[in-house]
Design a protein around this ligand. Structure first.
Ligand code: GLU
Length: 509
């Protein structure tokens, strides 16, 4: 099996593109096949600098590293279509030689005039096809000598596929079953443009053939193009090596109404791109799943399940399990609703099931963003405490910052409620006991506090919230004694003293 992911570098890669890459990758791995990255950059008008690097970084972040591709090696390169230009012209000419394509000299203005004429006559869907080609200026209506003259004069021309008349094109799609198109529905698509560049159709089919692609797995929006692709395989005489096609269903908006677009991301404040993209304008800049605090393993698991139903209740799949279980026959035809809450659930599960070391590695960049560079052992200890409490990796910066630096924010309303100035002498005494305690372990600290509670007359239930507020500034967080153990004796003493000095002032800190 040889599969390819063939994005066009026209901007940030939408999450649907990543889903396509995932399906290709999983199938390649499952069948000991090859996963290829091909950059389809023949449309210079839509080329966006930086987009290719973005695509590669996104794939790497998701752990979908290609076996062949630009910068990845492989025997079928170059893998950037812009570096294969000579090949396409040769194949376009070959189609002409075979009588399967023709030169067309019509100018854009002439084509527009035809369209207008048809519109005036009530036909809004004029196309260049078996009927209209008879009246246009092309190598089918001109004599051979005239055609030569036009070409030699330097006139602009395109090469069009001569779609045969009266045929049914049969596409065998692994997800959709048999799909048929009548050739009357199809236009004589341009294969080579006036500037000598191939169109998507020609370059895509020629490359799939030359790169020995066995399975074409791509988004549903390419299904109509497949009719032309099948005709091209036939025109070249490549039917025997025609790949298997599979068109993945659309990813729908969270409300299920229509295709998920990048605008939905902005509108709903949710990521729809794998990693952040900085376009030229603010409207063209988007936050990615990575920057929103997602673990790439969770994103891949979530996206794999968007249209694929494993047939069991299982939702969490390791990479190996996905590879073993994924198959096209369990991919549904219906569009899959994009549910960000579900994506977050996956993320939470992955963080929860991570070892402290894994979690530390994931959290570190988010802490660095806040200026924190914690010691590895310390960070792992914090991760051990926080992993049940985080959904996104950004939660570390937002909810665990007090482990890495002074408390920045105090919940003053709770302090006002829990603080009783009359207790201050007793609490100072507790502080001294803590300072003198040498066995700095959660259980042992707890035992000390419990013993102190017995003798002091202050209730355990009064002390706990004050510890929380003093140490973390908030009532939320992991167990108080575990938190104390991790923070260490010196920090606990310091924060406790700070609380005693400041909690009875109004408008604390
Ligand atoms: N270049 C096309 C894209 O941008 C490739 C579609 C295909 O896989 O054939 O998605």
């Amino acid at each position: 099996m040889r599969v390819r992911f063939a994005p066009s570098p026209t901007g940030a890669l939408h999450i649907g593109g990543i889903r396509t890459a995932i399906c290709n990758y999983l199938l390649a791995r499952r069948h000991n096949g090859v996963f290829i990255l091909r950059i389809e950059d023949t449309d210079q008008n839509r080329y966006v600098p930086g987009a290719e690097a973005y695509i590669i970084e996104s794939l790497k972040w998701c752990g979908l590293t290609p076996d062949e591709g630009p910068g990845f090696g492989g025997d079928y390169g170059p893998y950037r279509q812009s570096e294969r230009m000579d090949i396409y012209r040769e194949y376009a000419e070959d189609l002409i030689a075979k009588g399967e394509a023709y030169y067309a000299f019509d100018t854009p203005e002439e084509l527009e005039a035809e369209r207008e004429k048809a519109k005036a006559a009530g036909n809004h869907a004029w196309k260049y096809d078996a009927v209209s080609r008879e009246t246009m200026r092309n190598s089918l209506t001109l004599s051979e000598a005239e055609t030569r003259k036009w070409i030699d004069s330097g006139a602009a021309y395109v090469i069009r596929l001569k779609v045969p008349v009266g045929r049914t094109v049969h596409i065998r799609d692994e997800i959709r079953g048999d799909v048929h198109f009548q050739t009357e529905e199809l236009d004589d698509k341009v294969m080579l443009k006036a500037d000598g560049m191939p169109t998507y159709h020609l370059a895509n089919v020629v490359d799939d053939h030359l790169m020995k692609i066995t399975h074409v797995i791509r988004g549903e929006e390419w299904l109509p193009s497949t009719a032309h692709h099948v005709l091209l395989y036939q025109a070249f005489g490549w039917e025997d090596t025609m790949p298997v096609f599979a068109h993945l269903p659309l990813i729908l908006k969270p409300d299920g109404k229509g295709k998920l677009s990048k605008r939905d991301g902005v509108r709903l404040g949710i990521p729809v791109f794998p990693i952040s993209w900085k376009g030229e304008t603010a409207e063209d800049s988007f936050t990615g799943f990575r920057e929103a605090g997602f673990d790439p393993r969770a994103l891949v698991n979530f996206l794999a399940l968007l249209s694929w139903n494993p047939g069991t209740e299982q939702e969490l799949f390791s990479r190996e399990e996905l590879i073993a279980a994924f198959s096209l026959d369990k991919v549904g035809k219906a569009g899959a609703r994009f549910d960000i809450e579900k994506a977050k659930w996956f993320n939470q599960q992955y963080l929860l099931n991570s070892s402290p070391a894994e979690l530390a590695a994931l959290a570190r960049p988010f802490l660095a963003e806040q200026g924190f560079q914690p010691d590895e052992n310390y960070l792992q200890a914090v991760c051990g405490l926080m992993r049940e409490r985080v959904t996104l990796l950004t939660d570390f910066g937002a909810e665990a910052a007090y482990f890495f630096g002074p408390v920045r924010h105090f919940d003053t309303a709770s302090i006002a409620k829990k603080w009783n100035p009359e207790r201050k002498p007793a609490l100072e005494d507790l502080g001294k006991r803590l300072a003198g305690h040498s066995e700095w372990k959660a259980d042992s600290i707890k035992a000390l506090v419990e013993a102190w509670v017995e003798s002091s007359g202050v209730k355990f239930g009064e002390i706990l919230p004050l510890f929380r507020l003093a140490l973390a500034g908030t009532m939320k967080g992991p167990g108080v004694f575990e938190m104390m153990e991790v923070l260490g004796s010196a920090t606990v003493q310091e924060r406790w003293q700070f609380a005693l000095d400041h909690f009875d002032q109004t408008g604390i800190i």
